[in-house]
Ligand binder design. Structure first.
Ligand SMILES: NC(=O)c1ccc[n+]([C@@H]2O[C@H](COP(=O)([O-])OP(=O)(O)OC[C@H]3O[C@@H](n4cnc5c(N)ncnc54)[C@H](OP(=O)(O)O)[C@@H]3O)[C@@H](O)[C@H]2O)c1
Length: 262
């Protein structure tokens, strides 16, 4: 039996990873801030699938929270075989609407925590000669989308670079880049979603199934849906200036409405 540690396991994509991995018989370490939700989930997964499900309360926007998860990942008596760096959030508003302190929190959770937890996990995995890391990025990594897109672009670049460096030790790293997924993400960020066409929405369980299949195939990047693969292929060919115009319009349409209607 192997153990998977999932950050942001209370809802959405992280909860879908927990369900899927429990179904496959993996023990779990569930990480997030809402310990009550984590406990309920751990009990349900244990009762339904007979797996061990630990709960680790940690705020990954704080050094203390990151250190707690690093410590768990470094525990050689209870090794973690799969790390899923999934915790993340969106901001309400465009650049300059968002206080710089909030942008720094995003970089802490999306980049610093991912860097430190990957480092802690990979150290032990290298010694054991096996293990995997899935870092949840976004298709926003491929288009000009402010701090959120920039942080996810960092996740993609970082993951692909480290994947190459550690392949020789038998380790697999993959950046997961979904499009719009039905989770609590948009509601938590206060984003309106009425204008997002139905066909653009993905199901979290299907995203996870496709992601784990891509990890098993040894991919370093997973865009878990043919529609988004086609869109991202087209985005690669489009001039950056044109792409910036399209995505900032989409941002106004899909994003939160500014009080002045701008
Ligand atoms: N939904 C989409 O359309 C979409 C698309 C592409 C990529 N993504 C990415 O997918 C990942 C998961 O998002 P989701 O859509 O599943 O959203 P979600 O349903 O809002 O889940 C986010 C998870 O992250 C946790 N989290 C947030 N801030 C945290 C912090 N400071 N410390 C620890 N845990 C924290 C939350 O748990 P607590 O509140 O309990 O801490 C929750 O479990 C994110 O990285 C997001 O950027 C989402």
């Amino acid at each position: 039996m192997t153990t998977a540690l999932i950050t942001g396991a209370t809802s959405g994509i992280g909860a879908a990873f927990a369900r899927r991995l429990a179904t496959e018989g993996h023990n779990l370490v569930l990480v997030a801030r809402d310990v009550e939700r984590l406990r309920e989930q751990a009990t349900e997964l244990h009762d339904r699938h007979r797996v061990e499900a630990e709960v680790l309360k940690a705020d990954l926007a704080s050094d203390h929270g990151i250190e707690a998860v690093e410590k768990r990942l470094s525990d050689r008596m209870h090794p973690v075989d799969l790390l899923v760096n999934n915790a993340g959030f969106g901001q309400k508003g465009a650049f300059l609407d968002v206080p710089v302190e909030d942008e720094l929190v995003m970089l802490k959770v999306h980049c610093e925590a991912v860097l430190r937890l990957t480092t802690a996990a990979v150290a032990g995995m290298r010694t054991r000669g096996r293990g995997g890391v899935v870092n949840v990025a976004s298709t926003a990594a491929f288009v000009p989308r402010g701090t959120y897109g920039a942080s996810k672009a960092w996740v993609v670049q970082f993951t692909q670079g480290v994947a190459r460096d550690v392949r020789q030790y038998g380790l697999r790293l993959m950046a997961l880049c979904p499009g719009f997924v039905r989770t609590e993400f948009h509601e938590r960020a206060g984003m309106g979603t009425d204008n997002i066409p139905g066909w653009m929405w993905l199901d979290a369980d299907k995203v996870v199934t496709a992601a784990l299949a891509d990890l098993a195939r040894g991919r370093t990047i997973s865009i878990p849906d043919p529609r988004y693969k086609a869109l991202m292929g087209a985005a690669k060919l489009a001039p950056r200036g044109l792409l910036g115009g399209i995505t900032s319009k989409a941002g106004r349409k899909y994003g939160p409405v500014h009080p002045d209607g701008v």
